[in-house]
Ligand binder design. Structure first.
Ligand code: ADP
Length: 399
């Protein structure tokens, strides 16, 4: 079965065509600048050649049309006809409390996703535009929605309630939801597999460290807590997001800078995190490390603050789980940056956790990086959200 996986944003659309038998991506690509001008990057996996097509993409329907054309193109296509696409899996960001698992998308589901859109006003409407475009361009092909929030819906009120008047939860759905759920689910399952842990009797902490970062605590395969909240702003220090901070700072900065609340929120979202802390060096850790090695103290501080906050969350989640069997690192930074992994894990020597310095040097490969006598296993597991979406899609529409 061939599944087209779509991750649709307001002006971009990422896609992969995945063969569910081999679990390999036949082609990967990205439509950029939709509604501005338009550029399609398409890479058939067989040749690895990156094809760039610049053509007007006034809307997402046109973009999907171009993706389809690229997939069936006689030269750089990977299928001979559209009928080879059996199903489409969509990444949907916010499912609120309504969606606790993946669903086949129908009008009722679309209504449900629209209802929770106020919680993710930038993402959900854009995701649905992608769904509509696929319905128009690939009529009759089933669409499946896989939610970023769904895996975290097992959290109990003790973990998801904020210390706010209860009625705001009832009236406005103000609570913690968590994100990156597809990745936390994929990586925790894989970590249990690799380490031979019993899915029904295990305590795992997953650190998804990328541009956006989150940590989750998973007991017996179910999320007990996760660091992102009502939105992806909460928790760790991220590329450009501030993560946890005293809410009073919002009001105080609005006053100091003579800016509106919206303008301050943009600063906290786009100009903060390690980017802001480093004095604007970069949101990318490769640049930060290079600058730190050249003696840039702010870049060094940004890395230190990031690692310290992550270690604090791991410590907190060991308490949430009342123990831990395994800690897994994933996403761009978690998979590739051994310096940061080492820095984070150096806080847990007291627990008898030890990292094998040689093994830890790997990049992007499934590897147990703890020593054989470490009290807790530490493992690197590359995430694959697209494959996870394709698997869920196959599960729902049948093989
Ligand atoms: P996003 O959340 O945008 O998907 P990623 O998961 O790609 O982000 O993570 C981005 C971070 O991962 C950057 O800080 C970057 O330094 C780091 N990173 C990604 N790939 C590599 C690599 N091959 N080597 C070292 N660091 C990497």
């Amino acid at each position: 079965m061939k599944v087209l996986v779509i991750n649709c944003g307001s002006s971009s659309l990422k896609y992969q065509l995945i063969d569910s038998q081999t679990e390999e991506a036949l082609a990967v690509g990205l439509c950029e600048r939709i509604g501005i001008d338009g550029r399609l990057n398409h890479t058939p996996k067989k040749t690895g050649e990156k094809i760039v097509i610049e053509k007007d993409m006034p809307d997402h329907e046109v973009a999907i049309g171009m993706v389809i054309d690229a997939l069936v193109d006689p030269e750089h296509g990977v299928i001979s006809s559209l009928s080879e696409i059996d199903a489409i899996g969509h990444r949907l960001v916010h499912g609120g409390e309504k969606f606790t698992k993946s669903v086949i998308i129908d009008e009722e589901v679309i209504k449900g996703v629209e209802e929770v859109s106020p919680l993710a006003p930038l993402h959900n409407p854009a995701n649905l535009i992608g769904v509509r475009a696929c319905e128009a361009k690939l009529p009759g092909v089933p669409n499946v929605g896989v939610f970023d929030t769904a895996f975290h819906q097992t959290m109990e009120p003790v973990a998801y309630m904020y210390g706010l008047p209860y009625e705001y939860y009832e009236k406005y759905k103000v609570r913690r939801y968590g994100f990156h759920g597809t990745s936390h689910s994929f990586v925790s399952k894989r970590a249990m597999d690799i380490l031979g842990l019993d899915p029904n009797n295990s305590k795992v902490i997953v650190c998804h460290l990328g541009n956006g970062s989150s940590v989750s605590a998973i007991k017996n395969g179910k999320v007990v807590d996760t660091s992102m909240g009502m939105t992806p702003m909460e928790g760790l220090i991220m590329g450009t997001r501030c993560g946890d901070m005293d809410p009073t700072i919002v009001e105080y900065l609005a006053h100091c800078l003579d800016k509106s609340l919206e303008e301050v929120m943009t600063i906290l979202n786009k100009e903060s995190g390690v980017y802001g802390l480093s004095g604007g060096v970069s949101s990318d850790f490769r640049d930060l490390e290079a600058a730190a090695n050249d003696g840039n103290k702010k870049a060094e501080l940004a890395i230190d603050v990031f690692a310290y906050r992550t270690a604090k969350y791991i410590g907190a989640y060991i308490a949430s789980l009342n123990g831990v069997d395994a800690i897994a690192f994933t996403a761009g930074l978690g998979e590739n940056n051994f310096v940061v992994r080492n820095q984070i894990m150096s806080n847990f020597g007291y627990m008898g956790i030890a990292i094998d310095q040689e093994k830890n040097k790997i990049r992007g490969e499934e590897t147990v990086i703890s020593t054989p006598d470490s009290k807790v296993k530490v493992v690197v597991v590359p995430t694959n959200e697209e494959l996870a979406i394709a698997r869920e899609t196959v599960e729902l529409v049948g093989k």
